[in-house]
Design a protein around this ligand. Structure first.
Ligand code: ATP
Length: 308
């Protein structure tokens, strides 16, 4: 029995890790009520990521067969570059992330999503999801130590690796202020972390997972200036060298994105770098003008768009 206990216990741990990471992902993608009935094709190969280049090719998608969530969306995320999605609520930002994570499959004739030349419908879901790191808006913490909460990004992470990830995620110094450092319990029954701190824990987890592709959902709520700075620094460390797609609610955070896509009613209505979009003097420029004229310097992208 004792011989069985070790492996069984480990299996339980793996099960919990898998289960917990799904909880996180589901939360980000607001999928708790959405069934996922995507099946791999028989003998589907694993995704092979060489460059991490993502391409949406004329993607059209409907959830219910009546309203169009995405309508002819095409764009490319070149190797290692950052693409930011902005637009009012319901414009299709989350749908783009959900489709890339393959919670739904596109039907024939409704476009393709391709990573390094492979249609994501043709590869295993497991390999796809292994290649993608997700930083949700409101990460879930477990009632366990802060080290465990960071370490489950990588099953066999050593304490040194956990600390290194926490340093890159700008959380190390904060953790040292906890009564038992990395062994301090966090979550509901331990030290309660702020939204910004939880997001940095999620960034540390993702640094450990080390995926070539990232999906980021920026927090909607305003953060104080120093927290904002820490998160920006942590995100810079995370996105470096990876292909990333992020939903931006606050325009201040995406000035450095390689490409900004402005969505409306499931279509890309403007695209370019921050300066190109300002020069265009269209929807993005008016959103930006709204933001800098707002007294607190923080504006929700969706709200600004509605003011048009
Ligand atoms: P937000 O900023 O509010 O998160 P969004 O830009 O991410 O909005 P999506 O969630 O992608 O927008 O929604 C795009 C469209 O698809 C909207 O019209 C929305 O009502 C619809 N939609 C989203 N999820 C579902 C669903 N599960 N079932 C049916 N329609 C949906």
């Amino acid at each position: 029995l004792a011989q069985l206990y070790g492996p069984l216990n480990q299996l339980g741990y793996i099960y919990r890790s898998v289960n917990q990471s799904l909880v996180d992902t589901e939360k980000l993608l607001a999928l708790l009520n959405e069934p996922t009935d995507i099946n791999d094709k028989p003998d589907a190969p694993d995704l092979v990521v060489a460059e991490g280049e993502i391409e949406f090719q004329d993607v059209t998608f409907t959830y219910d067969g009546r309203t169009t969530a995405l309508n002819g969306v095409s764009f490319k995320v070149p190797k290692g570059s950052s693409v930011a999605l902005v637009g009012e609520s319901g414009s299709g930002k989350s749908t783009i992330l959900r489709l890339l994570y393959r919670f739904y499959d596109l039907k024939d004739g409704e476009g393709r999503i391709v990573i390094d030349g492979q249609d994501i419908r043709d590869v295993t879901q497991k390999s796809l999801r292994q290649a993608i790191g997700v930083v949700p808006q409101d990460p879930v913490l477990f009632n366990s130590s802060i080290a465990y909460n960071i370490g489950y990004g990588k099953f066999d992470a050593s304490r040194e690796e956990v600390e290194e990830a926490a340093r890159s995620a700008q959380m190390h110094d904060r953790i040292l202020t906890f009564p038992e450092g990395y062994d301090t319990k966090v979550g509901e029954r331990g030290v309660r972390l702020s939204g910004g701190e939880k997001q940095r824990v999620a960034i540390a987890r993702t640094l450990l997972k080390n995926p070539p592709i990232l999906l980021l959902d920026e927090a909607t709520s305003a953060l104080d200036t120093s927290t904002e700075k820490d998160i920006q620094k942590a995100l810079q460390n995370l996105v470096k060298g990876r292909s990333s797609l992020s939903i931006a609610h606050r325009l201040s955070t995406i000035a450095n994105a390689d490409l900004i896509l402005v969505l409306k009613d499931g279509q890309i209505i403007e695209q370019g770098s921050h300066s190109e979009l300002l020069a265009l003097d269209g929807v993005f420029a008016s959103m930006w003008a709204d933001q800098i004229s707002s007294t607190d310097g923080v504006s929700i992208a969706g709200d600004s768009l509605k003011k048009e």
